[in-house]
Design a protein around this ligand. Structure first.
Ligand code: GLC
Length: 702
């Protein structure tokens, strides 16, 4: 099939004028924002005119209900242009379209890649009905700095987990439905964008090639190997070179080394922004730098439309390189089906109500994304119990989180709705006085940040819990009440003060449509929490960036923290408040009897097994995590790195032996010469319920 499409695409290319070829590399936003600051609806006569001239090949629609505009744009393209080449229709479907799932950072805490894959397939079913056939997702930026608002959109701080999640999204978007309900996935933002200095969005990223290869590029490689059809370059610079013009990463590594054959798209007006970056004097130079850097499609700015023709005519860009880029877009159009049927994604009408089966998946994923951080034996509450409900986030209407444009916002189950439906008798208190004067013995305080305060362009200097929320918890404790703190947020926040006055802490993120129901299910015990942190929760903002898979340094901090001349602080702990991989359950899981079937690995995998016992009567799920430490390598390697995990179900009092296969690939990394392999020598294999597990066995690679 691919060969047949390639022949057809070449024939079509042969018929194109130079301007029509360039048109295939130009994406126009048709929504109600332009990206260059002015608010205007761009699907106007000028846009239709450009489509007629074959000067637009793709459109981006950030808002819903554009179906009539999209259909008209497609009609103009296939009826009024010379070669009648249909348009690709892109949108950002990050964690749902009509049905909204938990934020990606929340879903990552579920460690349930099957459910994530299912959520992607549902999003594709819903979005393709609106004429969309490309999504700008999954976002795979490893993030270690919670000041960066876009940490909400990704899979946290670990490259392996992000890679497994990348595969789940790509397969769910691209493969799990019939052809007319598949979305082409765009891996973004290639690569390293999450390392923005000081957590300030769009800021400089200073990343060496080892860190890029062994951390930030890994989830992209996983997504590419899973068949993702597009990659989006980030706004940022790496080693002072804007990614939009970075031939080392876009051409040498992505194209040649990773053998990526799909489309590389810029981020929003990023070619134009090369002027602001200071590497292009004007839009003509910007077009040259972006194209030579490896950008196929320019999103929303006009540098290609206005200058590529001249640059090719002047011999500064080889037309063969242009042809290769155009062929990639034409191949994408053939593969997704719009060349045969331009209205393939416009033949159905959108759902009038949220499909119950979609909502069920959203609920399951939300249930499994909630992380129980602390529980001094007060959860679960008794159903029907009288509770005081308060806190700054208690009455939030928007629990869907950032980066969503669902038509069904009012279908969100809010916290009060969920609690009351669960059977709790809620007494709402808006002041400490009301809280004190109420004789209820249990207080639920909803803390965190508004959904609008996370996501793009939402970097924050202060990520502590609000003083007034901590005050409510403190006063409740002083009045001998049991306190449950629920954190509603799109990022890790500083809970150190909060923790002092909380008998239980539930990290609820932003959970999508099922928020209030899933949260209430956890509090009542109808749902046994199984979420595990995909990011470290710092003890103090002064520790940031803090992450579990750090290098040891030459002066590793000691457990006792007693040696002054080690990598530590003199005015506070170096340890996180809650580590990566941590999460409690109403069950009680213990780990014992780690066995390797060999203490050496030579070519064939070694089996690792461990017994997990549920020492409670409550059935539950546990994510068993396997970490690797390369004790001595050609470069310094992290103290631990997640290399495998299994989310397992255990009945009350059940014991299970969980086995993993340790392969040489799990022990491999990119050496200084960029060779990906593992060294002979000693490794430590850790298995446990979080990244601080001390259970390990040594393994020697011969
Ligand atoms: C935004 C984001 C990118 C998104 C694009 C189109 O600025 O950086 O993630 O896909 O614009 O909406």
């Amino acid at each position: 099939m691919k060969k047949e499409y390639y022949e057809k695409a070449k024939q079509l290319l042969f018929q194109m004028t130079l301007q029509e070829k360039i048109g295939q590399l130009c994406q126009k936003n048709i929504g109600d924002t332009s990206g260059l600051g002015e608010e205007k609806n761009l699907i106007n006569e000028d846009a239709y005119d450009k489509i007629r001239q074959g000067r637009i090949g793709l459109i981006l629609q950030p808002a819903w209900n554009m179906i009539d505009d999209i259909r008209e744009a497609q009609r103009v393209a296939v009826e009024e242009s010379r070669l009648k080449v249909p348009l690709l229709v892109h949108s950002d479907i990050i964690h749902g379209f009509d049905t909204i799932f938990p934020l990606p950072i929340a879903s990552a805490c579920s460690f349930n890649t099957e459910l994530i894959r299912r959520s992607a397939a549902i999003s594709a079913t819903e979005a393709t009905v609106a004429g969309i056939n490309v999504t700008h997702a999954p976002m795979l930026d490893i993030a270690r700095d919670p000041r960066w608002g876009r940490i909400a959109e990704g899979a946290g701080e670990d490259a392996y987990l992000a890679g497994e999640i990348a595969k789940a999204y790509v397969k769910g978007f691209q493969e799990d439905n019939g052809r007319s309900e598949c979305l082409s996935a765009t891996l973004k933002h290639f690569a390293g964008y999450g390392a923005a200095e000081a957590g300030r969005d769009y800021n400089t990223c200073e990343l060496g090639e080892r860190t890029m290869r062994n951390t930030y590029l890994r989830p992209f490689k996983a997504g590419i190997d899973a068949g993702a059809k597009l990659v989006m370059a980030g706004f940022h610079t790496v080693d002072s070179v804007p990614m939009t013009a970075n031939a080392k990463y876009l051409r040498k590594i992505l194209r040649k080394e990773f053998t990526f054959e799909g489309v590389v798209i810029s981020d929003w007006c990023a070619p134009y922004e090369l002027i602001a970056h200071g590497i292009a004097e004007n839009e003509r130079e910007a077009a040259l730098s972006a194209f030579q850097g490896g950008i196929d499609v320019e999103m929303c700015s006009d540098c290609y439309d206005r200058f590529l023709n001249e640059l090719i005519t002047a011999g500064l860009i080889d037309e063969k390189t242009l042809d290769a880029a155009v062929l990639r877009i034409l191949m994408l159009k053939f593969e997704c089906g719009i060349m045969e049927d331009p209205y393939l994604f416009m033949r159905k009408s959108g759902a009038c109500v949220l499909p119950p089966d979609h909502l069920q998946v959203a609920e399951k994923l939300a249930d499994e994304s909630i992380v129980l951080l602390k529980n001094e034996n007060i959860l679960p509450l008794k159903p029907g119990e009288k509770i005081i409900v308060t806190g700054s986030r208690c009455f939030d209407a928007n629990l869907l989180g950032c980066w969503q444009s669902s038509r069904f916002i009012t279908d969100t189950i809010t916290y009060p709705q969920g609690l009351e439906k669960e059977g709790f008798h809620c007494h709402y208190a808006s002041t400490a006085q009301e809280l004190i004067s109420d004789d209820c013995g249990t207080v639920i305080v909803f803390v965190g940040e508004a959904a609008e305060n996370s996501g793009e362009a939402c970097s924050e200097q202060d990520i502590r819990i609000l003083e007034e929320d901590i005050e409510l918890l403190r006063i409740a404790k002083e009045n001998d009440k049991k306190t449950v703190c629920v954190v509603s947020t799109g990022r890790p926040m500083i809970l150190t003060e909060t923790e002092k006055y909380s008998d239980a802490i539930v990290y609820a993120w932003y959970l999508g449509h099922s928020a209030g129901k899933s949260l209430a299910g956890i509090l009542s015990g109808r749902v046994n929490p199984s979420g595990k942190l995909c990011v470290t929760l710092p003890r103090d903002m002064g520790q940031i960036p803090i992450y579990y898979n750090h290098l040891p340094t030459g002066r590793p901090r000691s457990e006792a923290d007693d040696n002054k001349f080690t990598s530590r602080y003199i005015d506070g702990s170096s340890e996180p408040l809650y580590p990566f991989g941590f999460g409690l359950s109403y069950s009680k899981f213990i780990y014992e009897n780690l066995i390797l079937d060999s203490d050496v690995i030579i070519d064939v995998p070694v089996k690792a097994s461990i017994t997990v016992e549920n020492q409670s009567d409550t059935a539950g799920k546990e994510t068993v995590q396997l970490y690797v430490h390369d004790v001595c390598a050609q470069i310094s390697r992290p103290v631990k790195e997640l290399a495998a995990f299994q989310k397992v179900y255990l009945n009350g009092r059940e014991r299970k032996t969980i086995t993993f296969e340790i392969t040489e690939e799990m022990l491999a990394y990119y050496h200084s010469d960029n060779n990906f392999c593992c060294d002979p020598g000693l490794f430590e294999i850790y298995i446990g319920g979080d990244s601080e597990t001390k259970i390990f066995k040594s393994l020697r690679k011969i």
